[in-house]
Design a protein around this ligand. Structure first.
Ligand code: 5GP
Ligand code: ZN
Length: 130
């Protein structure tokens, strides 16, 4: 059972911001800021690591289009694009989705903070990643 598949199939109501054959965008029920929107593929895939390239590209196109539209229509001064991949990263719904979170001020309800972290040898990190 997947709550977003139920939304896509119309079994659970949602407020649709955008829809095409492959992608759906809906208002996030939590509205962390005014206009908070979720973009998801209609095809069920758990997260970005599991998703095929075409699915990610289709979502990316809609994220680009809607970010502009949402910022313009709401009068926001910026936005965060967020994807939580895996429970360790805060993913609670296991159907790939991207948050578009319009930002109105640094003191709104959103806070991303990087804690102080260990220094890394960037050459070594690069060798690992490639
Ligand atoms: P995650 O933590 O997995 O990145 O984000 C899941 C998001 O889905 C949360 O922000 C939560 O508010 C939203 N959400 C969970 N259930 C529903 C629902 O039934 N309808 C809508 N519109 N949003 C939901
Ligand atoms: Zn699903």
């Amino acid at each position: 059972m997947c709550i977003f598949c139920d939304i896509i199939e119309g079994k659970i109501p949602s407020y649709k911001v955008y829809e095409d054959e492959d992608v759906l965008a809906i208002l996030d029920v939590s509205q962390v800021t005014y206009g908070h929107t979720l973009v998801m593929p209609k095809k069920h895939v758990e997260n970005i690591v599991e998703a095929d390239e075409e699915t990610i590209e289709k979502c990316a196109k809609v994220i680009g289009k809607l970010s502009k539209q949402i910022v313009k229509k709401t009068g926001a001064v910026g936005c965060n694009i967020l994807n939580n991949c895996g429970e360790v990263a805060g993913q609670t719904v296991h159907h790939l989705h991207f948050h578009i979170i319009p930002r109105y001020s640094e003191n709104d309800a959103v806070e991303f903070k990087f804690k102080e972290s260990k220094k890394q040898d960037l050459e070594e990190v690069l060798r690992t990643l490639k």
